[in-house]
Design a protein around this ligand. Structure first.
Ligand SMILES: CC(=O)N[C@H]1[C@@H](OP(=O)(O)OP(=O)(O)OC[C@H]2O[C@@H](n3ccc(=O)[nH]c3=O)[C@H](O)[C@@H]2O)O[C@H](CO)[C@@H](O)[C@@H]1O
Ligand SMILES: C=C(OP(=O)(O)O)C(=O)O
Length: 421
């Protein structure tokens, strides 16, 4: 494990270029094994999840190389193999190998995935989709076994709740199935559109991605003809927006898709941040006065659960009380005791997080229980007087592209070390 060491108090200024979206990339990489040709992605973020997915690919004899944001994957010599459980457990999105392997081999054995510790994360809707497509599903000792001896056939799948992962897994399993699949009550996240774009450019027939009804006509082969550029990470964007508003003397964010962040940017504007939003960049000027706001997280296009924590340090600067209700993950409150150690007036009770005005924060020894809790601690550490040490920083590195380098370029004082604790 690593630890991040932050000397707080510096004002931030300059430019930061947002990387490719983690939640797209982690679906695109497993999707690559459905191709009958090598594939190439660019603007791939340099994050631990990508490196762990490359370890999983290697176990199936799928060669990959990752240089300067370009990821090449050659699935043409793929073999069925036992997947390395340590790498599978290191991230959530390893469950996409269930859908992708089922699509490719009509069977799969995959350990239950890991990922952020943010409360219960069942996968019943994923398994329901696989069953509907013709797979037998069994579970034993934390492992899921999928088997479709007669192949996969199109089906109508109605999702009981809106799930990003289940929608993507249903697409992966059905894109090469016989016949037509219709996914109803599908998730509408931009990362799902990105995945569908990649697959359609290889010959898939997926219509309606980005709406709540997705229709897939199965095809026999998928062949890549060009490089797929990963969309910009809207959660990384939101994190830097909050940071720039809290501490910035003028920060420009580049490689941004503002349409993907409207619920978030309109909250920042409501707080009093005078964002200057352009077609692919956002300028955050120095902020004068902030008001508290109420936030309720919702599936896209609502306010993203992944952005509630990165907003809390900014909320602590506002006058009046801010309130967060996370309807997606009501137990996503691991950041609260850690931020309290830094002096923040933040409390979690009865499914509500309240943040009251805090005059100043002080450095402390804290732990990043999960990626976005870690992002909140990074922002608070930059705001605080003194030194903050964030243990379990690997959780942050799972999904923030070259974060130490980016923060130091903005005049932050951040270093990373191995942690013996
Ligand atoms: C790799 C990735 O893209 N991760 C994102 C994805 O996670 P993930 O895909 O795991 O999240 P889902 O959209 O599936 O979860 C949404 C809600 O549905 C519930 N649910 C989900 C599936 C299921 O079979 N049964 C069930 O009950 C979950 O517990 C949760 O309350 O979407 C989350 C919600 O936007 C984000 O926080 C994660 O960053
Ligand atoms: C919850 C998250 O990630 P994952 O689903 O990969 O655990 C996140 O990115 O905030």
């Amino acid at each position: 494990m690593k630890k991040l060491i932050i000397q707080g108090g510096n004002r931030l200024a300059g430019e930061v270029t947002i990387g490719g979206a983690k939640n797209s990339t982690v679906a695109l990489i497993p999707a690559a094994i459905l191709a009958d040709t090598p594939v190439q992605f660019d603007t791939v973020p340099d994050i631990l999840d990508v490196h762990n997915l490359m370890i999983i690919l290697r176990s199936m004899n799928v060669k990959s190389s990752f240089i300067h944001g370009v990821l090449d994957i050659d699935p043409t010599q793929i073999i069925e193999a036992e997947l390395p459980s340590k790498a599978i457990k290191s991230l959530r999105a390893s469950y996409y190998f269930m859908g992708a392997l089922l699509g490719r081999f009509h069977r799969a054995t995959v350990t239950f995935p890991g990922g952020d510790n943010i409360g219960p994360r069942p996968i019943d809707q994923h398994l329901k989709a696989f069953r509907a497509l013709g797979a037998n599903v069994s579970e034993s000792k934390g492992t899921v076994h999928l088997d479709a001896p007669h192949g996969l056939h199109g089906a109508r799948i109605f999702m009981d709740m809106v799930s990003v992962g289940a929608t993507i897994n249903a697409i992966l399993a059905s894109v090469r199935a016989q016949g037509t699949t219709i996914i109803e009550n599908a998730a509408k996240e931009p990362e799902i559109i990105d995945l569908a774009t990649f697959l359609n450019n290889m010959g898939a027939q997926i219509r309606g991605a980005g709406t709540d009804v997705i229709r897939i006509n199965g095809v026999d082969t998928l062949q890549s003809m060009n490089t797929h550029t990963v969309i910009a990470d809207r959660i990384e964007t939101g994190t830097y927006l909050s940071m720039a508003a809290a501490l910035g003397d003028g920060v420009m964010l580049k490689n941004v898709i503002p349409e993907h962040l409207e619920a978030y940017t309109s909250k920042l504007i409501e707080m009093g941040v005078d964002l200057q939003i352009d077609s692919d960049k956002i300028y955050v000027p120095p902020v004068k006065h902030l008001h508290g706001v109420h936030v309720k997280t919702m599936p896209y296009p609502g306010f993203a659960t992944d952005l509630q924590q990165p907003l809390t340090p900014l909320m602590s600067m506002a006058s009046g009380q801010s309130v967060i209700v996370d309807t997606i993950y009501p137990k996503r409150v691991g950041h609260v005791p850690e931020l309290q150690k830094m002096g923040m007036n933040i409390h979690a009770e009865d499914g509500r997080i309240t943040i009251d005005h805090t005059d100043s924060l002080h450095g402390a020894d804290v732990s990043a229980g999960e990626i976005r809790a870690g992002a909140a601690l990074v922002i608070a550490g930059l705001m605080a007087h003194g030194t903050t040490v964030i243990h379990n920083a690997d959780n942050i590195l799972r999904g923030y592209d070259r974060i130490v380098w980016k923060l130091n370029r903005l005049d932050g004082d951040v270093s990373i070390e191995d942690d013996d604790q």
